[in-house]
Design a protein around this ligand. Structure first.
Ligand code: NAI
Length: 339
């Protein structure tokens, strides 16, 4: 009974002059994979975002429970739950922003690329739904390996004739969040005062923190640079190992995803000067078809893509390494759909 599967946290008693469904000003946001380790705290954080008027929570399991729970928060967004593939299209219809943390996470000893086999198919299916039901939505893709799932999404959208490179954004915010935290720790300052650009991609050596461009300006010893770069590149593995087989980063990731989604929504609203790092389609940054770099978010998505800026020798060497691995991961994603 598909009608039983679509849930709205409500007693059913509503006065006629009640707030129309989704009538409050704001944006409509869907989370696909909303019952997962990232999805649940992300659902909570998006329910707390005053820019969200409607929040759709989709998953193949446990969506009713998460929906009932989150819907009791006394914030503005109307929450609706959607369970299983037959409900995907209803979950997506009319959305302004779709956030995708669906898929399996890493266990100790796994690389993000080891997730490809399972997550590639999940991302393909979800993006086919987006192309059909909300082709103009901004997409925030979290499912790993991001370096391959973003190219998969691009190919799905191209095939459907809906591809707009400005609207497809791979979420690399957690790398920036970690970089800010770890750099602040070394400098002995508040992480909120630190801004570290992280470019390249979202896996191992493709994660390229530009420590020469940290704001406020500061300098590091070669030893600090080595240790910081290594910790930022392997921050995910640090969490995977500490969780000892129960998953990867979920809370810090939900925080990072909520921060990035909020930036996208402020951009959609027309706020000026919203700049975040993201893994996007672009041949202007390097010769690769996708690259993470600073982008300016506006009413139509990533409206401006910034070049990498001046790199020091250490970063130039890192860039070459990153590009080599990225080229392979991008090709893997692209050929998954083209083959
Ligand atoms: P999880 O296993 O706790 O949750 C994943 C959720 O996706 C589950 O609720 C599952 O039912 C759902 N799901 C599976 N197939 C689905 C489908 N076809 N449609 C809708 N939902 C589906 O995993 P967790 O920890 O939440 O991680 C999710 C993904 O995020 C993983 O791929 C992980 O590698 C990635 N990740 C990305 C990061 C980034 O920086 N971009 C950081 C951390 C994790």
């Amino acid at each position: 009974h598909p009608s039983n599967l679509q849930m709205e946290g409500s007693s059913g008693l509503k006065r006629a002059n009640c707030r129309a469904k989704g009538g409050a000003p704001g944006f409509k946001v869907a989370i696909l994979g909303a019952a997962g380790g990232i999805g649940q705290p992300l659902a909570m954080l998006m329910k707390m975002n005053p820019l969200v008027s409607v929040l759709h929570l989709y998953d193949v399991v446990n969506a009713p429970g998460v929906t009932a729970d989150v819907s009791h928060m006394d914030t503005g967004a109307v929450v609706r739950g959607f369970l299983g593939q037959p409900q995907l299209e209803n979950a997506l219809a009319g959305m302004d922003l779709v956030i995708i943390p669906a898929g399996v996470p890493r266990k100790p000893g796994m690389t993000r690329d080891d997730l490809f086999k399972i997550n590639a198919g999940i991302v393909k299916t979800l993006c086919e739904g987006i192309a059909k039901c909300c082709p103009h939505a901004i997409v925030n893709l979290i499912s790993n390996p991001v370096n391959s799932t973003v190219p998969i999404a691009a190919e799905v959208f191209k095939k459907a004739g809906t591809f707009d490179p400005k609207r497809l954004l791979g979420v690399t915010t957690l790398d920036v969040v970690r970089a800010n935290t770890f750099v602040a720790e070394v400098l002995g300052v508040d992480p909120r005062e630190v801004s570290v650009p992280v470019v390249g991609g979202h896996a191992g050596v493709t994660i390229l923190p530009l420590l020469s461009q940290v704001k406020p300006p500061c300098s590091f010893t070669p030893e600090e640079i080595n240790i910081l770069t290594d910790r930022i590149q392997n921050g995910g593995t640090e969490v995977v190992e500490a969780k000892a087989g129960t998953g990867s980063a979920t809370l810090s990731m939900a925080y990072a995803a909520a921060k990035f989604a909020d930036a996208c929504l402020r951009g959609l609203r027309g706020d000026a000067g919203i700049v975040e790092c993201s893994f996007v389609t672009s041949q202007v940054v390097t010769e690769l078809p996708f690259f993470a770099t600073k982008v300016r978010l506006g009413r139509t998505g990533a409206e401006e893509i910034f070049p990498l800026g001046p790199l020091n020798e250490y970063e130039r060497v890192g860039l070459e390494k990153a590009k080599k691995e990225l080229a392979v991961s991008i090709e893997k994603g692209t050929s998954f759909i083209r083959k």
